[in-house]
Design a binder for this molecule. Structure first.
Ligand SMILES: O=c1ccn([C@@H]2O[C@H](COP(=O)(O)OP(=O)(O)O[C@H]3O[C@H](CO)[C@H](O)[C@H](O)[C@H]3O)[C@@H](O)[C@H]2O)c(=O)[nH]1
Length: 320
């Protein structure tokens, strides 16, 4: 199988590339290196089954070139920052909706049969049902980022039904692990390196979410893709997350302990009842029963994933 991984030099993308290469697939990566890095895929750059295209998916010509000749596309390229929505909605539109539209147009005239898309838990907004199942309604995102992901999902559904290919959509919880270069754990480590005496926590610290390690994420994506290829669905949706959840305050404690520090916690109070920023979903735990029916299970719970990520990121900072 020959596949394109958009965003394949990024955090989740590069872990997926590692796995696909280890499984013997032919892999092409398209990445603009805006958040990703060649370091993440360096071990494959000279491999005969591997190809790298540096390019920006806002350019339809680049996307057409990248899709040429592949059987499936894993579409992970995106700007993942929920918090920039109130300052730069156009950037989130372009890097989540427009590039997906360009990809879909390139796929309609190609031989690619499958699109695998990483959407987000943020499409559910402040869900009234927790754990939140895939058929929860109404989908009412509270961030521009969540709205952009949901718009991309809708386009994908329309294009697959119209143009005869299939799509598998993953709604991801908070994914963490080695090579992540944004998010709460990364931020806390950097803040504590600057000032080991005090840790600023955005919001009131009671934000409680589910965290999934990137290794479990990639395993789930591939296991469920195998399952999906054997089904007759045109589009299908799977949550990937964990059965437990953890507060930002608990994450602050784990990071501090991992760094051997006892900082004073300073809560900013945040916005709209203790959220870190406008559009920050305060409570998120997804139902993962549907994913489990395929035989997939996360090996690390949220707590274990946070602990392991702290170790991995500290190790990387100490010996880059
Ligand atoms: O310095 C910080 C940074 C974050 N937080 C808090 O930590 C929590 C997690 O924030 P992250 O930035 O780690 O992640 P998000 O929940 O905003 O979003 C992440 O998970 C989503 C899915 O759940 C999306 O997929 C998105 O791309 C991904 O970044 C938030 O409640 C936030 O308020 C702080 O208190 N202080």
């Amino acid at each position: 199988m020959k596949v394109l991984v958009t965003g394949g030099a990024g955090f989740i993308g590069s872990h997926l590339v590692d796995k696909l290469m280890e499984l013997g697939w032919e892999v092409r990566v398209l990445d603009d290196l805006s958040a990703g890095s060649l370091e993440n895929i360096r071990r494959w750059l000279n491999h005969e089954r591997f190809e790298f295209i540096e390019g920006d998916m806002r350019d339809p010509g680049i996307v057409e070139e990248a899709v040429e000749g592949v059987d499936a596309v894993f579409h992970l390229a995106a700007n993942p920052e929920v918090r920039i929505g109130s300052q730069s909605p156009e950037l989130l539109y372009e890097t989540n909706v427009l590039i997906t539209y360009n990809l879909l147009n390139a796929m309609r005239d190609s031989k690619a049969k499958y699109l695998i898309f990483t959407s987000s838990s943020t499409v559910y907004g402040d869900a009234s049902v927790i754990p939140t199942p895939e058929d929860y309604a109404p989908l009412e995102p509270i961030s521009v980022y969540g709205g952009a992901k949901l718009a991309a999902e809708a386009l994908i559904s329309g294009y697959t039904h119209t143009f005869g290919f299939k799509a598998l959509i993953f709604r991801l919880a908070n994914i963490i692990g080695e090579r992540s270069n944004h998010g709460v754990i990364y931020d806390f480590i950097n803040k504590l390196r600057k000032n080991p005496e005090e840790l600023e926590i955005l919001g009131d610290g009671t934000q409680r979410k589910s965290y999934l390690h990137v290794s479990d994420t990639v395993d789930g994506m591939l296991k469920i893709f195998e399952h999906f290829r054997g089904s007759d669905k045109t589009v299908d949706f799977y949550n990937l997350g964990n059965d437990d959840w953890i507060t930002v305050r608990e994450i602050a404690e784990i990071v501090s302990e991992g760094m051997g520090l006892e900082p004073e916690f300073r809560f900013t109070g945040g916005v709209d009842g203790g959220r870190g920023w406008k559009g920050d979903v305060k409570f998120m735990r997804l139902s993962i029963e549907k994913a489990k029916e395929t035989g997939w299970r996360p090996r690390l719970n949220s707590y274990g994933a946070v602990k392991r990520t702290v170790r991995e990121l500290l190790h990387h900072i100490e010996s880059p």
